[in-house]
Design a binder for this molecule. Structure first.
Ligand code: DGT
Ligand code: CA
Ligand code: CA
Length: 605
């Protein structure tokens, strides 16, 4: 795997080890450097080769001592400090840190008292009731650990879309350098943009005039940097494993088969079963090589009538769907959840496009401990073509996130006004909106007074504590927050963390009714481990006429690009522009936030 990720991974672990020993500040520095490495496009190796240490120091979050560590790693493949930490506490941090609720301190305690090194040890100790006996642990934490392990088991072997995509993009980039490659595309679940990915699928064609092209392509694919295993080598299909543990398949097909193969290998399997059935109903045959029609062929000699399959389409997906009498179906919709019937009736909705978002309304600035200043975030947003950017820092209940209190919010309001004037005077075309992400407390009230909330452009409210409430109680809690006339958006409405934590218990239908009544938008949080709402809930919201907003929840300017994961999720939920408020022009957006309905509520309080 690429050195940026390797280093980021090591730095995150060094931070964990430092936290075990209560060392202040340094862990955060390592985490920031890890984030900087993960989010930058250039390779750290290249930077060092070209610009030396100076270049490294320009990476966000990298200072003198971390730059030295990077150099040490590039030269020796190791970092001594990390090797020593591992020797002292030899635990599988990848495994243990993935258990919801386990932090550095607990991992250390579990190792020191019970010699727990990995998931297996942990599960055994919990089942044997050994953990409850430790100081600061109890029966409840033991139960939580077992639940968390069970959750991990269920999601085993599937990767976040962001993890799979960053591996896939590197591979495509490398393969595209080959002169033998004509076309290359993602297929499978990654092309359908599912929230988790089992393995990566690629499809390619060879340029004309390269008789040994397929061999060249497969050689390159199976010898790529970071390959740890070759499962399969062939001229039409090869499979490999990369060092994150993720597998990838590459198929090489003829150019006249490309569309059929793409349709077949994009799936889903369930979708394909129906498309094949439709072909059969029409007397056709559909497979990965093409769409075929039975034609009579008169044999010259014997005058017998024979039949043979003649290809009627195969070069593009569009012509295949057309030949089947269907409208073109976007990959994100191909799950056999009604898309084929809609395509048959030519009534598929025009789902929101990847370039139709006008601004992100959920990002954190350095006011609440985020990585970048409001101005830096705004400049990146502008480069992305946004018309507005909403800053929504955490509020005071979240002390670890340096949440803002009323006074700080008012000061921030002034600062944003000033910044907007500056931006205007420079001739830049982006407007900063001022919001906040207030906390929904246990009783459904918000942690900032209404006096101050009503002065902001909009208010996001989110649950960040006490997530194990009973269903009715949690539902009431969120509805009460929606009734606050200042609340405009509910962030990450179900609270799940993919591969880590289940949704909290809520009555989603009730939440939808309240969202509609009180004119509150539900967030589609684009952060790759949230993707919350999920596709099913988005479809329900669309059907109930509840508005949504696609937000990244960025804590770093590099994360603004996560928006595409949120858009993909919205598309998978059949959402159109009218459903997504941040695809609207700013006037319409602001009038949604400050509608009569809302203002009336405000005056009543
Ligand atoms: P994943 O990898 O679990 O995230 O999901 P997919 O959808 O990428 O599944 P994968 O990698 O097993 O196969 C890629 C596509 O190839 C799949 O979406 C549809 C097609 N495919 C694979 N096996 C079959 C099959 O047995 N029947 C049909 N109709 N299609 C298949
Ligand atoms: Ca796959
Ligand atoms: Ca596959």
């Amino acid at each position: 795997m690429n050195k940026n990720f390797q280093l980021a991974n090591i730095f995150k672990k060094i931070a964990v080890y430092l936290k075990m020993d209560d060392i202040p500040f340094k862990p955060e520095a390592y985490q920031k450097a890890a984030l900087g490495l993960e989010t930058m496009a250039e390779s750290v190796e290249e930077i060092y080769k070209k610009e030396g240490k100076e270049g490294l120091l320009n990476i966000p979050g990298v200072g003198e001592s971390i730059a030295e560590k990077i150099i040490e790693f590039l030269k020796t493949g190791k970092i001594k400090e990390f090797e020593e930490q591992k020797k002292k506490i030899p635990v599988d941090l990848d495994e243990l840190m993935s258990v919801e609720g386990l932090g550095p301190k607990t991992i250390k305690a579990l190792y020191e008292y019970l010699k727990i090194k990995n998931l297996k040890d942990l599960e055994k100790a919990a089942q044997e009731g050994k953990i409850r006996k430790l100081e600061n642990f109890g029966e409840k934490s033991e139960k939580n650990i077992l639940q968390a392990i069970e959750f991990l088991e269920r999601s085993k072997g599937r990767f976040l879309i962001s993890e799979a995509l960053s591996v896939a993009e590197k591979i495509i980039e490398e393969l595209k350098k080959l002169k033998e490659i004509e076309q290359i595309s993602l297929a499978g679940s990654l092309r359908r943009k599912k929230e988790t990915i089992g393995d990566i699928d690629f499809l390619a064609t060879v340029k004309k005039g390269y008789p040994h092209g397929a061999k060249k392509i497969m050689d390159a694919f199976t010898n790529m940097e970071g390959t740890i295993k070759i499962w399969d080598y062939g001229l039409t299909k090869s499979s490999v494993r990369f060092d994150l543990g993720i597998d990838a398949d590459l198929r090489v097909v003829k150019d006249y088969e490309f569309g059929a193969a793409l349709q077949y290998f994009t799936g889903s399997k369930e979708h394909n079963i129906i498309t094949r059935k439709i072909a059969l109903e029409k007397g056709l045959k559909l497979n990965e090589y093409g769409l075929f029609k039975k034609v009579k062929s008169l044999s010259q000699k014997s005058k017998d009538i024979r039949y043979q399959w003649k290809r009627i389409s195969g070069e593009t997906e569009e012509e295949i769907y057309k030949s089947l009498g269907l409208s073109y179906i976007e990959p994100e919709l191909r799950e056999n959840t009604g898309e084929i019937e809609a395509a048959r009736a030519h009534q598929l909705p025009k789902i929101i496009g990847y370039n139709e978002i006008r601004g992100d309304l959920h990002c954190h600035s350095d006011w609440d401990g985020g990585e970048n200043s409001i101005e830096q975030m705004a400049m990146v947003a502008m480069k992305m073509g946004y018309e507005y950017l909403g800053v929504s820092d955490h509020t005071k209940f979240l002390r670890i996130e340096k949440g803002l209190d009323e006074q700080q919010l008012l000061a921030q309001h002034k600062a944003i006004e000033k910044l907007n004037t500056k931006i205007q005077n420079t001739g830049y075309k982006i407007q900063i909106l001022h919001g906040c992400e207030a906390n929904i407390l246990n009783d459904g009230s918000l942690d900032i007074n209404n006096e101050v909330l009503s002065q902001l452009d909009y208010v996001i409210a989110g649950v960040h504590s006490q997530m194990k409430m009973a269903k009715d109680e949690m539902t009431e809690r969120i509805i009460r927050a929606m009734k606050n006339p200042n609340a405009n958006i509910i962030s990450h409405p179900t609270g799940r963390l993919i591969n880590r934590r289940d949704e909290y218990q809520i009555d989603f239908d009730k939440i939808l009714r309240a969202a509609k009544e009180y004119q509150v938008a539900l967030e589609i949080n684009a952060f790759p481990d949230r993707l919350d709402l999920n596709d099913k809930n988005i479809r329900k919201a669309v059907a109930s006429g509840v508005k949504m907003v696609i937000n990244t929840d960025s804590h770093h300017q590099g994360q603004l690009r996560f928006i595409n994961f949120g858009i993909a999720q919205a598309r998978r939920g059949w959402a159109t522009k009218k459903d997504i408020i941040n695809s609207w022009e700013i006037e319409k957006l602001l009038s949604f936030f400050q509608s009569e309905q809302k203002i009336k509520g405000r005056n009543q309080k």
